[in-house]
Design a protein around this ligand. Structure first.
Ligand code: PAF
Length: 235
């Protein structure tokens, strides 16, 4: 696996891969990799001639009071994991490479980026869409892989690709879960044992909603209420 730190080198590699007629699969990440990321990389490995993973903790998608400074990092461990998942190139640019000056150009989506998580994290999806667009221009992938855990993020990226006519196929793969059902996430490392115990209620609420729908309940408010009841069982 080759490590790449500059945009110029990454673009040159992508250009020559394309010139050789090879397909490129991109797995964009913010690092501190877990099995969810690795499953994306393995799938990219199966479907493409070359696999490029990126690790970049993107400042523009963090709010001023969010966890940018303490976001978990493990560069050496991540390198080994990428290698074992069959990644050919690991693009890990410094912040000054991606944003040499105060960012003033953004990809901003109306509607979809402002609801749900977007309503409590203003600017978050603008930062995500902007950095993913930049990564697409740098890595020139034929396919890009994302986890369904970040459902709204996937919808935003698909909408961006459609809206800007980007020539990239967005592939969304199922959430990878711990044995008890908790979705794998780099941020799970913030949880102490008590919080970890409580976090599983999210999975239980989703399952309760699913069961209701499978049993034929189609009124969203009934499903919402059931899920709310399950969530409120946590003290
Ligand atoms: O899902 C993530 O890890 C990030 O939001 C992404 C897509 C790599 C953009 O920074």
């Amino acid at each position: 696996m080759k490590n790449v730190k500059t945009i110029a080198e990454m673009q040159a590699v992508a250009e020559s891969l394309r010139w050789e007629g090879k397909t490129i699969g991109l797995v964009p990440t913010m690092g501190f990799l877990h099995e969810g990321h690795l499953s994306l990389m393995r799938t990219a490995r199966e479907g493409n001639d070359a696999v490029i993973a990126s690790i970049f903790v993107n400042p523009t998608q963090f709010g001023p009071k969010e966890d940018l400074a303490r976001y978990p990092r493990d560069e050496d461990g991540d390198r080994q994991k990428c290698e074992s998942a069959g990644v050919d190139y690991l693009f890990m640019p410094p912040v000054a490479e991606m944003y040499p000056e105060k960012p003033s150009v953004f990809v901003d989506l109306e509607g979809i980026a402002c609801m749900l998580e977007g309503s409590i994290r203003p600017g978050h999806f603008r930062g995500v869409a902007t950095v993913v667009a930049k990564l697409f221009n740098i890595v020139k992938p034929h396919r890009a892989y994302f986890g369904q855990k970040d459902y709204q993020q996937c919808a935003v990226i698909k909408r961006m690709v459609r809206g800007l006519n980007l020539d990239v196929e967005v592939i969304v793969l199922p959430t990878v879960r711990e044995a008890d059902g908790l979705a794998m996430s780099s941020r799970n490392s913030y949880l102490d044992a008590k919080q970890r115990g409580k976090a599983i209620v999210l999975f239980h609420a989703l399952k309760a909603g699913e069961e209701l729908i499978r049993a034929g309940v189609h009124e969203p408010e009934k499903v919402r209420q059931k899920m709310r009841d399950v969530l409120l069982t946590v003290e």
